[in-house]
Design a protein around this ligand. Sequence first.
Ligand code: KIV
Ligand code: ZN
Length: 527
Amino acid sequence: MTTTPDTRPENRVLIFDTTLRDGEQSPGATMTHAEKLEIAELLDEMGVDIIEAGFPIASEGDFKAVSEIAKQSKNATICGLARANYKDIDRCWEAVKHARSPRIHTFIGTSPLHRAIPNLTKDEMAQRIHDTVTHARNLCDNVQWSPMDATRTEWDYLARVVEIAIKAGATTINIPDTVGYTAPMESAQLIRRLIAEVPGADEIIFATHCHNDLGMATANSLAAVEGGARQIECTINGLGERAGNTALEEVVMALKVRHDILPWDTGIDTRKIMNISRRVATVSGFPVQFNKAIVGKNAFAHESGIHQDGMLKNAETFEIMRPEDVGLSGTSLPLGKHSGRAALRSKLKELGFELADNQLNDTFVRFKDLADRKKEVYDDDLIALVRQNEAVSDRVRLKSLKVICGTEGPQHAEMTLTIDDEEKSVDATGDGPVDATFNAIKALFPHEARLQLYQVAAVTEGTDAQATVSVRLEEDGRIATGQSADTDTVVASAKAYINAVNRLLVRREKTAPNADVKGVGYMDAGQ
Ligand code: KIV
Ligand code: ZN
């Protein structure tokens, strides 16, 4: 067994990314196996210290993803989540043990509300924590333990169970603000007090894990670091349950830009932030809000005359960091229909895409087609173009679509789909072109999924802009979000719907041995 103990200099904060576990728990944010591997590789390359790759007992798919990520990881510690029972912990170890540096992360809800669910007394829970952490530590010498809902756990009990976990061998104690309830001063104070008062606390690393229900996750995480935490748990774009988690890009850039008052270093190559942010937005189906700090489309955009004037004279007047620091090219030089393959390759490289020759050829054909329809092709158009064909499982594919619409209804959609390599066609009607299109998909590929969300956004400006469409479907509690971009909004809508259907098929294949695993169901935490 090879592990790397997390002993780092005092001023170093470890970045623990849980996009693939807590982030993927967001309703609708399902990623395919290949997408998870790709995101893990990007996280590893950008310098994330610990990647929480999944919840191995949750499904065969999660187990395989964590095992593969463990095998492929070059630098990062690979961690898997396990509830407080031996079965979960054993399964987690089976998956992470392949890593150069594996970690088991085990947790149990310690607040009164959470203790009531498995109906354990304080003493029974304390015993379980002792037994399960000891079991994990016998398998792996890098063990993280979390008292879920720590910020609503009575102080005396929290201090008691943290001490038990440390004595049982936990090397990292994570203090989750599971419901985004704490506030910065309280967050700092809690960690400071645990370190000062719990025996053995100075020998392990404290981590902070904040949810964003009150919009304070990033502030709470940074405050926890001021209180002594040396590991921040976060996700790309703040993806996560409900209002999400602390966003990796926010804490990392805050530590960089305000190093004068937040003097802690991370190992993150910040120039890789924008690329991974865009990639996670695409594969999770959760577009980044325009005004999101650091990674939003408007984060470096200046509209008002006064701001533009100031920017032209000195960028520092209205920018506290340079766009290049997070991987933006700064200026956007559009390509057009006369641009050649070399220009496209170089632009894509600048945007973080290194395509193989055949992929470049495919993209070039689609780029020319887009350039014929659009005067200028911007960076965001290109990104949408490269990604729109990165299909999911592709059991269902759009072959052709012709829509007849206008003031005289009903609108018609003539569609051909390739379903499991067989072509099927239909002519469907509907209340508007999008409704007719979706009815055509339902006629060709019957399913019970309900449309929960249909959202259209323009990637770039002008009437020839590419539209990005997001579609969210729900079927028996399973949610899948699909996304696509095209200059034709109806075509983008069809592709987004089909993308969501393909993701739903992936979701169907996930067979959870315990149906409530993803909902943090630890009720069967028996050993
Ligand atoms: O939010 C939370 O409490 C969690 C735990 C599993 C650490 O995600
Ligand atoms: Zn969480």
